[in-house]
Design a protein around this ligand. Sequence first.
Ligand code: PXG
Ligand code: PLP
Length: 441
Amino acid sequence: MALDRNAPNDLNAFWMPFTANRQFKKNPRMFVGAKDMHYTTSDGRQVLDGTAGLWCCNAGHCRPKITEAIQKQAAELDYAPAFQMGHPVAFELANRIIDIAPKGIEHVFYTNSGSESVETALKLAIAYHRARGESTRTRLIGRERGYHGVNFGGISVGGIVNNRRMFGTLLGGVDHLPHTHLPGQNAYTRGMPEHGANLADELERIVALHGAETVAAVIVEPVAGSTGVLIPPKGYLQRLREITKKHGILLIFDEVITGFGRLGTPFAAQYFDVLPDMMTTAKGLTNGVIPMGAVLTTAAVHDAFMQGPEHVIELFHGYTYSGNPIASAAGIATLETYREEGLFERAAEIAPYWEDALHSLKGLPHVIDIRNLGLIGAVELDPIAGEPTKRAFSAFLAAYDKNILIRTTGDIIAMSPPLMITKAQIDTLIGTLADVLKKLD
Ligand code: PXG
Ligand code: PLP
């Protein structure tokens, strides 16, 4: 570790993201190590990782191949300018990503996070139409309860109220589809719910309201994660694809969570057999180890920009760290780890066991819904009257005390373990969660 001791002297300077800072600093929870499926806490406990960090360490922790690749790259070529210069590792990673991407996805634009991938995709959408002479297509359509990171474009198309309301007027020219959460009809569905495909038809209403010639793109998470795990109703994503295609609107799948094996396929686009025009990714691309994201596009999107004199920059967009050598090396080693260990296939194989384990929690105190797909699971709790989020957060704290790491959002417990999780570890995770729920106020 960079520190020669486990505890810093002062916690004041670091303003922590998406954290109750004052509460945390009174009673901090610190990880000081990790290996495979477990974190080590500063008080020496082993905590089973039920969330793959923040949905990102799909191959588990401190995997040797990734560690070695980073060390080697850092000693060989630490940084290369991202603009007007290249280095081989970034090109190789792009090819490897395309190898596992859906057929029809052919290009990779590098970013450093999911939020940057979203901003990039939204800008690409508007610029794409403009490059093709349709400069009136500027509107962006997201969805209620959607999470697309925290930058201005992402919170504008996003639909999580707390992430939006403090930040002014956001982007103009944005509209939202309704969310697909229908607990009355779909509660306790295993996998994809039966009801709600018709909610995609709301896009027709929005398009009619504004005029198709003003709409650039629709962005949705194939499976909504951060908002508390909303699984798309059967046929919903197909319907969105049909309507967007019919009106010449680009469809962007935000695959920051669903990318890199979470559903047992490389991407959700393959799981649902729906080809979007762009996919935003991050997290599992480098196993969360080094920040990196990427926007994947079809040839049609890319080629629209490849015109005019060849010495002129085609797209005025990019980041200092786009395709950073060390991140690229981490990406290649991550994809190799997924392949060599068959981790995507493993996720698909163990998903039915995961589903059974999760749904065994039905009937426990306060549980009002359980949802799952691939290696994603959510348990929704009845909120304490007048104190939303408190019950689930108490469950999180109690779970941490019992050596399991879960995530909560609102009163929903979300889980997304590394794809290497064993059946015995699923039993431990869900069994411990059951104990926690039985004792919850
Ligand atoms: N899009 C989606 C669909 C995401 O899930 C982002 C964009 C933004 O990625 P960055 O790398 O900028 O954070 C995300 C991120 C949680 C949780 O517990 C989810 C995310 C991040 C942190 C926590 O649900 N998703
Ligand atoms: N702000 C300033 C002053 C800069 O010079 C730059 C990049 O050169 C940025 C922001 C953007 O940083 P990044 O490329 O890491 O997103």
